[in-house]
Design a protein around this ligand. Structure first.
Ligand SMILES: [Zn+2]
Length: 287
């Protein structure tokens, strides 16, 4: 069983030049994405033929996942976003006191918690910060004790003022242990990895740009929740900070990378989560 899982994980890794990117799957989230996206009705989804069967089933039901990405860049092990996490007291039922094998999936890639050097947050929503911390003897402590947790300063400041339970159990312990690094929206982690501002879902949301040996990829976080939004960038969810800014960020990125070789990586996209953006017949598509 473990062998089969390892094989599946390796199958879905991608290489960008000398950098390897592995998805770390946590749980399904297609139902929720559909619920909070008013335009993504089963009828509308069935009309977008290229979504089926990879990103929706034949009844127009969306597929989607919660996953992190492990980036292996030289000696750096970088985790982009940290999903929902275990044991968190959330109100949404599938996330409440979740118990997933996320850390085991990392171990199967020969990565222990201690081996992560950087944790990058695209934004500070519940399903992107959960594994920042784990429960140890009744206290929330950093899961990755040797990591620098990279957060955009503006994003942190916003949530500090609008603080919720998830911020308190998944961000505050990182600050208290001195592991946070506050950065600008265009911060460079190393020669290969940098942030790019993609605001709208939250006001300081960022995407992660990866470059190596002439190849490049972008991990989009929640700039897009589902491939249907590539076809219709104006389809937004009920949880956007500013819909107009978001739609503008989406269109700017799509226009910039369409029909080019840059790889688009959808944080909530089911397999295949990576592809190219095309512009054909007045429509963007994900291939
Ligand atoms: Zn999300």
């Amino acid at each position: 069983m473990v062998e089969r899982i390892v094989e599946m994980i390796y199958k879905s890794k991608i290489a960008i030049g000398e950098i390897e990117i592995f998805p770390i799957y946590e749980m399904e989230v297609g139902d929720l994405i559909q619920e909070i996206t008013p335009m993504a009705t089963p009828e509308n989804i069935k009309e977008i033929k290229w979504l089926i069967p990879r990103y929706a089933d034949c009844n127009g039901k969306l597929k989607g996942v919660i996953q992190s990405f492990l980036i292996k860049s030289g000696t750096n092990n970088i985790l982009v976003d940290t999903c929902v996490g275990n044991d968190k007291p959330r109100s949404y039922k599938p996330w409440k006191n979740a118990n997933t094998d996320f850390l085991i999936k990392l171990e199967e890639l020969n990565i222990a918690s201690q081996d992560i050097n950087f944790v990058i947050s695209t934004h500070l929503h519940t399903d992107h910060i959960g594994w920042n911390t784990i429960l140890e003897n009744g206290r929330w402590v950093p899961t990755f004790p040797n990591a620098q947790y990279i957060m955009v300063k503006g994003e942190y400041d916003y949530w500090k003022l609008n603080s919720q339970e998830d911020f308190n159990d998944s961000v505050v312990p990182i600050i208290n242990d001195g592991l946070a690094k506050f950065v600008d929206s265009n911060y460079k982690i190393d020669d290969n990895i940098s942030l790019i501002p993609t605001p709208g879902h939250t006001s300081y949301h960022v995407s992660v740009l990866i470059k190596s040996k002439g190849q490049s990829a972008i991990i989009v976080g929640d700039l897009f929740h589902h491939p249907c939004e590539i076809n219709y960038p104006e389809w937004t969810t009920n949880s956007e900070f500013d819909k107009n800014i978001l739609i503008n960020s989406r269109k700017m990125l799509l226009q910039k990378i369409a029909n080019k070789s840059i790889v688009f990586i959808g944080s909530h996209f089911s397999e295949p989560y990576a592809g190219k953006i095309t512009w054909e017949n007045n429509m963007f598509e994900f291939k």
